[in-house]
Design a protein around this ligand. Structure first.
Ligand code: FMN
Length: 490
């Protein structure tokens, strides 16, 4: 049986050491974000974990972070595929989406709050960068709206600041899917129905930040990844459907012609974004939630952070598809954002190609990926998800005068080095690095493969602890889900 909900996934994550519980009482207004910062600052990437805060001061609900962000092992568990098959799985889901289905009822509506009962403060939505953020934020896996003209659903991840017991800011940027829906409604003097689902099947979280063309229902990609349709239920007060297994659903209307300030907010690129004066405002009509609901968030702040993993994984596959299938570039084996650099450093693994081809790939990549500022191509033997290996390639396979190209006057987002910081593109530049071997190189200075293979096979006899990276090599993927799936883990 495969994963269908956050509750299905949590025990799997715990079993793999990817989720730890905190029983001590914590304060959502400052403590949660600081605890997570300490983890990201001090624990190596392959050993990071998410945290389940069982006891949040002033709330009956627990709070969980780090579902979609801690490690690549977590991504492999969520997507139910070995780490070296994740790209293949995502590409396959793009080709074979499965539309969601509507079911009569779902646990997300076990409890319903309407009218005066609606109070966002009942739930432990934290202040992530305490002392700096403007307030408490909801960073959900799935905000749903529909195009008023076509009726096609959009599911995405946007932040919302809580500005009253029944009021939120609407975080979609002006070029985003839900904002386009809102603009159409506002032009008619009407509001836009939205539904914010928190604590969804983590696979829905992964597709939320996907830079898909507008007009595609992202939930069909989530279905494609799961190999079965996402089950939806009709909302109580707005004309939308939401994942039936969500933990909490906030139904509301983005009001026409109403704007208010939002922020500051500690962004995933690593710096504070100032107050945005003109955010649309959402009025909440209803909140529904499961019994023993689990509240979920996602930590942005300075990289390394959860948001860069959550935001990169699926977009890497989309970029791969764009460069290979869309533009038709040959020789690209794989690509990934270098974790810890936010979205700013893209590494592309290439086959040995005729002269000039690497330059074509590098130039196409910066045009297609406006978030990356450093773009490097490396040889097939480099593990592009291992920062040390990428740095080694940059150090010894590249001569700056010959292998580096600077592109001037290129749009750059969220980069204070341009002189401004925010989501609107400012004038920046890109650095394109060909870090592939251009000559016959000496053998790499490691034991020959036959000796390494032997040691790996006999590892147990040394009695030495395995790092997660090594464990991944040896451990079969376990994604068995215990029935019944709806049993709360607390
Ligand atoms: C943790 C996280 C938070 C995000 N917050 C926002 C946000 O507040 N506003 C926004 O426009 N995009 C945000 N994004 C990026 C969008 O999710 C992404 O651009 C997505 O493709 C938008 O989908 P759409 O094109 O269907 O609107 C966020 C991404 C992540 C991973």
């Amino acid at each position: 049986m495969s994963i269908e909900s956050l509750r299905d996934y949590l025990p799997i994550a715990e079993k793999h050491g990817l989720m730890k519980r905190v029983t001590a009482e914590v304060d959502k207004d400052w403590e949660i974000g600081a605890v997570i910062r300490e983890i990201y600052d001090n624990i190596t990437p392959e050993n990071r974990y998410g945290v389940y805060f069982e006891n949040v001061k002033g709330s009956q609900f627990p709070f969980v972070v780090g579902i979609v962000g801690p490690t690549r092992e977590a991504a492999s568990l969520v997507l139910e595929a070995p780490q070296d098959k994740l790209m293949e799985k995502m590409l396959n889901a793009f080709e074979h989406p499965i539309d969601p289905v509507i079911v009569a009822e779902g646990p997300c509506q076990e409890n319903v709050l309407t009218g005066d009962q609606v109070d966002l403060h009942l739930f432990p939505f934290p202040t992530y960068s305490a002392g700096r953020d403007g307030g408490n934020y909801i960073i959900p896996g799935c905000i749903i709206s529909k195009d008023p003209e076509t009726g096609i659903r959009n599911s995405a991840v946007y932040r919302s600041q809580i500005i009253g017991k029944n009021k939120l800011t609407f975080g979609a940027g002006r070029v985003k899917g839900a904002y386009a829906h809102y603009a159409k409604q506002e032009a008619k003097g009407e509001g836009l129905d939205i539904a914010i689902s928190i604590g969804v099947d983590p696979v829905i979280w992964f597709v939320g930040p996907g830079l898909f063309e507008h007009g595609l229902d992202e939930l069909s990609i989530a279905g494609g990844l799961r190999g079965k349709p996402v089950e939806l239920v009709k909302c109580k007060t707005v004309d939308l459907e939401v994942p039936a297994n969500a933990e909490i659903v906030i139904e509301g209307v983005v009001l026409p012609k109403e704007r208010g300030p939002e922020g500051p907010f500690g962004e995933a690129a690593g710096y504070m974004e100032g107050v945005l004066p003109d955010r649309p405002v959402v009025e909440i009509k209803c909140i529904t939630y499961r019994n023993n609901a689990i509240c979920q968030g996602n930590v942005a702040q300075k990289p390394p952070n959860e948001a860069e993993n959550a935001g990169s994984l699926l977009n890497e596959a989309l970029l791969f598809r764009k460069l290979t299938k869309g533009i038709g570039l040959r020789g690209i084996v794989d690509l990934a954002k270098l974790r810890g650099a936010g979205m700013g450093h893209l590494v592309i693994k290439v086959k040995k190609l005729p002269p000039g081809q690497n330059k074509r790939i590098l130039n196409a990549a910066w045009v297609c990926d406006t978030l990356a500022k450093f773009i490097s191509v490396v040889d097939e033997d480099i593990d592009i998800r291992n920062t040390a290996q990428v740095l080694w390639a940059l150090a010894y396979r590249c001569q700056p005068h010959r292998d580096i190209q600077i592109v001037e006057d290129a749009p750059q987002i969220q980069d204070p080095s341009t002189g401004t910081f925010g989501w609107r593109p400012s004038n920046g530049s890109k650095i394109l690095i060909d870090a592939t071997m251009k000559f016959d190189y000496p053998d790499v200075a490691v034991p020959a493969p036959e000796y390494m293979e032997k040691v790996k096979n006999d590892w147990a006899k040394y009695g030495l602890p395995l790092t997660t990276v090594l464990a991944d090599v040896h451990k079969p993927l376990e994604v068995e889900v215990q029935a019944p799936t709806s049993t709360p883990i607390n």
